[in-house]
Design a protein around this ligand. Structure first.
Ligand SMILES: *Cc1c(COP(=O)(O)O)cnc(C)c1O
Length: 369
């Protein structure tokens, strides 16, 4: 039995009748851009996120980028970002011409450390991007407090945390605005690219919609130099079906996570299990472990039929894209995490026998190395 990291066909097969019906509905409608599926999805997703507005966009990177642009953040500005994240968080800042200022992540939760944010604020700082990494909400209450004190915007990067809650409230409604990705492997994944912005700030919603639609609210009246970034009609129709089962599927992810935790708890001292804060309701986008001999553990697992992935093997400041800007910069926690983290298979379609095999192989791997 070989266990792939992720099986993207299983979600399709489970919802095949509904998805095929949605596909046929759009195909036969003759309307493929900005139609009723997009507006219905926007309404349903903003309700789900407990936010007032939702604007569909082309992908998660664009969602962050458009929020920054709509808030007028650009050349000469600084934006605080977590040191340990997917590079899109940093790229969105760079793409508006601003500078990402990394703050180290917590060694337990892997999310940005709110207590280190204040010392990174300068008179150029305009915003903080809080990433809800691996499905766990960042400690947004503390982040909002620092931001309020210094008059900064807080943007949620919720690309990995659809449906998660912080103190009972959904991500997507916890700060000034939130960015979501519907990349196929995410908790709410499309069958291609997609993204959305949620916010309670009506002016921001109007502005990001205008920016993503060639800078126009009224056809052929271009107020600013906008871009083309739209959620397409077919993806919206498919996402509407998947949104109906999101809570149930997140529940199935949680069950897998708890089976892993129960099986792996207290075994090997070098294997560090996921940790979360009591205010957070984790949606387990990824199940991330840490081990000082990570590469040997993963190699053993691969040789024994279990695929693992690393999120992420290179700290953003050490990638070729950023190494010139960050020469001589050390971010010890983010570097340690890049060396030690690895992700084991998790998802709503993992079978109990597969979960048992992953645990069995992992326990043997940590004994073996
Ligand atoms: C996936 C992801 C993004 C980018 O989403 P795309 O849809 O691929 O552009 C941004 N931030 C984080 C944390 C992500 O995981």
């Amino acid at each position: 039995m070989k266990i792939p990291f992720l099986d993207l066909k299983a979600p399709y097969l489970e919802l095949k009748p509904e998805l095929d019906e949605a596909y046929a509905r759009v195909m036969s409608s003759g309307w493929y851009i900005n139609g009723s599926e997009v507006s219905s999805f926007e309404g349903e997703f903003s309700t789900y996120c407990e936010s007032k507005h939702c604007v569909g966009v082309a992908n998660g990177l664009d969602a962050i980028h458009l929020i920054l642009k709509a808030y007028g953040i650009g050349e000469g500005d600084e934006v605080i970002v977590p040191s340990h994240t997917f590079i899109a968080t940093w790229l969105a800042v760079s793409h508006v011409g601003a500078t990402p200022v990394p703050v180290e992540s917590c060694e337990q939760t892997y999310n940005i450390r709110p207590d280190l944010i204040e010392s990174a604020i300068t008179d150029k700082t305009k915003a903080i991007i809080a990433v809800h990494l691996y499905g766990q909400p960042a400690d947004i209450g503390l982040i909002n407090n620092v931001a309020k004190k210094h008059g900064l915007k807080v943007i949620e990067d919720a690309a990995q945390a659809h449906g998660a809650r912080y103190k009972g409230r959904r991500v997507g409604s916890l700060a000034d605005a939130a960015a979501f990705s519907f990349y196929p492997g995410k908790n709410l994944g499309a069958f291609g690219d997609g993204g959305a912005i949620t916010t309670n700030d009506q002016a921001l919603a109007v502005r990001v919609r205008m920016l993503g639609n060639y800078g126009s609210k009224v056809k052929y009246k271009h107020e600013v130099m906008g871009v083309n970034s739209r959620l397409d009609e077919l993806q919206a129709a498919l996402l509407r079906e998947k949104l109906k089962v999101l809570d149930e599927w997140n529940g199935r992810r949680k069950r897998v996570a708890f089976m892993y935790l129960e099986s792996l708890w207290g075994g090997n001292n070098d294997l560090v299990l996921p940790h979360w804060i009591s205010d957070a309701e984790h949606v387990w986008h990824l199940f991330v472990l840490r081990h000082p001999k990570r590469d040997q553990v993963c190699q053993y697992m691969r040789e024994h039929g279990v695929e693992t992935l690393i999120h992420y093997p290179h700290p953003c400041h050490k990638t070729a894209a950023y190494e010139n800007d960050f020469r001589g910069y050390t971010l010890p926690v983010s570097e340690m995490l890049a060396d030690q983290v690895f992700s084991i298979p998790i998802g709503p379609h993992l079978l109990d026998v597969e979960i048992e095999k992953v645990c069995d192989v992992l326990k043997k791997a940590v004994k073996h190395v």
